[in-house]
Structure formats: C-alpha cells, structure tokens
Design a protein around this ligand. Structure first.
Ligand code: UTP
Length: 295
C-alpha cells in the first residue's frame, strides 16, 4: 500500500481585481460579497475544512485585508454582543486556530498561475488544494459532502493531480476550460489535455474545469517558467497542461452544482438557490419570488 501525504494546505487566490463586479468591488473584495449572510470566502473555507484541510493560505493584494479580518477576533463586536446576551454562535465559522490562516501577497495581479506561484514557500514540498472562492460549489444532497471532500477522497485512491470537472450542455463549452478525456473509471476521468475556451465544434468533451484542484508541488516549478497566456496573464491551465504526461492527471466529476459568483448572473442565481433552500427563510423567499414573478 502506498502512503500518500495528506492534503493539509489549501491556497485561496483572492488577489484578482473583480472588474466584472464594479463598482461593488472598488473598496470591498469580491470574496466578501455575501450569498445570503455568509461571504463567498467563508463558503470556500468551510468546504476546505470539511475536507480535513487545516492550513488556509490566502494570496491577497491591496485592498483585500478585510478578508483576513473576517477570520480574526472582533473584540469590540464580540464583547458588546456578549454583554447584551446575543447569540455568539453565528460567529463560529469565522473562528480560526491561531496560525492556521496565512497570507502571502501578490503585488501585481499577473494571473491565477502567478497567484498560486506566490504561495510556493508556504506550500513547500507537499501536495496542496486550490479553491477559487468566487466559484461556489454546492454538493448534492445525496453526495459524499462538498466538492473538495469528494476530491480528497478521490486523491486517497489515485494520488497525482486532480481537477474537478462538471458536465455542461455541449453548446456552452466555449466559455470554459475543457478537458480532453481519456479512460473513465467511476467518477474519475483521465485527463489527456486541457483546452481553454475552445470553439464548440473543436471541444474535446463537455467536461468543464471548475475552480477546485489538488496539485503536486512540482506545479510551482512549472509555473516558475510559465510565460503569459490568454489575456496576457500567467495561466494555471497552461502550467497544468505542461505537466500532463509527466505526472498522473485525473478529473473528478463533481456531484453537485457550481455557481459562477464572479459574474452577476451567477451571483444572483446562487443567492436565490441558497435562499430557497434555507430552512429559516426558504418558504418566505419562495412566496416572495412567486409574487415578484406574477407582476
Ligand atoms: P478571475 O478570472 O475571476 O479574475 O480570477 P478577477 O480579477 O477576480 O475578476 P474579474 O474577471 O476582473 O471580474 C479567478 C480567481 O483567481 C484570482 C481571483 O481573485 C479569483 O479568485 N486571481 C486572478 C488572483 O488571485 N490573481 C490574479 O492575478 C488573477
């Protein structure tokens, strides 16, 4: 039996400019926009914790310090709440074990690949997870937990590098990164290649890359020499594509839904979907939506 190093560290690239959400994101990081009552970053950190990951590495930039404060003690708020006998448990998800939140800085947003490379010293020589907080992944009710948990389980079986994928209608593939699939085994598909935003008739599959990865530390060395790609940015997809063939690469088909909360439409969809499913407000939201639709 092979002993694999467990996945203990997750990198959250949060240094992007969030231009699609301006002016909301001029002074507030995109990752702190809330879906109902939790900021996007909280959903992503909860997902990593559920998968057994302990260390959260945020790659931040200017104007993003509020993300770190979200996981800090808010002394004045907490003592006032305590004095007034308020329910403190709402703050539980924001508690972090001292030392478990680490930040590194990406001074200039040169691309997702560059953001990941900025975390190389903290990641060190072990496999690690990546979660893009603006892609919200909600596991199906019957599924074995959230997206990262499903990936960590797959990792314990096959190791190597893993990307989470979802199937979309074939005519929608050209907005996404798409995998060239090889052999399939259960929810695992061998990745033979990666293509960014292919024309519909050239797409090798309808399996699109979503924002969750488990990668081997060698990707940092690959990123080191990675030139600029699409949009003039240093792309993670390009670095991963160069590793295929040298290291095992598989895709895990996610049992669940993805909401692209970096776009306005995806954000509104996530808000509505989650609000409708909430026990404390779902019925009221449904009645409200029906009233609005009837107008
Ligand atoms: P996006 O493509 O969503 O870019 O990045 P963005 O800047 O956040 O948003 P728009 O397109 O301008 O609206 C995907 C992820 O990679 C991070 C982002 O924070 C987001 O989580 N990222 C991107 C970085 O950390 N640094 C970069 O240089 C680029």
């Amino acid at each position: 039996m092979t002993t694999r190093k467990p996945i203990r560290k997750a990198v959250f690239p949060v240094a992007g400019l969030g231009t699609r959400f301006l002016p909301a994101t001029k002074a507030i990081p995109k990752e702190l926009l809330p879906i109902v009552d939790r900021p996007l970053i909280q959903y992503a950190v909860d997902e990593a914790r559920e998968a057994g990951i302990e260390q959260m590495i945020f790659v931040t930039g200017r104007g993003k310090t509020a993300i770190v404060e979200h996981f800090d003690v808010a002394y004045e708020l907490e003592s006032t709440m305590e004095e007034r006998g308020k329910d403190m448990s709402v703050l539980d998800p924001t508690r972090a074990t001292p030392g478990d939140i680490i930040t590194v800085r990406q001074q200039v947003p040169l691309g997702l690949g560059h953001a990941i490379w900025c975390a190389r010293a903290i990641v060190g020589d072990e496999p690690f997870a990546i979660l893009l907080p603006d892609e919200m992944m909600v596991g199906d009710a019957g599924a074995r937990g959230g997206c990262m948990k499903q990936m960590v389980e797959a990792y314990s079986e096959v190791g190597g590098n893993l990307i989470s994928v979802l199937e979309v209608p074939h005519d929608e593939v050209s907005s996404y990164g798409v995998i060239d699939p090889g052999e399939e085994r259960g929810n695992l598909t061998e990745v033979k290649g990666l293509v960014e935003k292919p024309p519909v008739d050239e797409a090798p599959s309808n399996k699109i890359v979503s924002g969750r990865y488990i990668l081997q530390p060698e990707v940092m060395r690959t990123l080191e020499t990675q030139g600029k790609g699409a949009g003039g940015e240093i792309q993670l997809t390009d670095a991963m594509a160069r590793m295929i063939g040298k290291q095992p690469f598989n895709a895990v088909t996610f049992e669940g839904r993805r909401f692209d909360c970096g776009s306005k439409l995806g954000f509104v969809e996530a808000t509505l979907a989650l609000a409708l499913e909430r026990e404390d407000m779902g019925d009221q939201v449904r009645a409200m939506a029906q009233r609005l639709l009837a107008q």
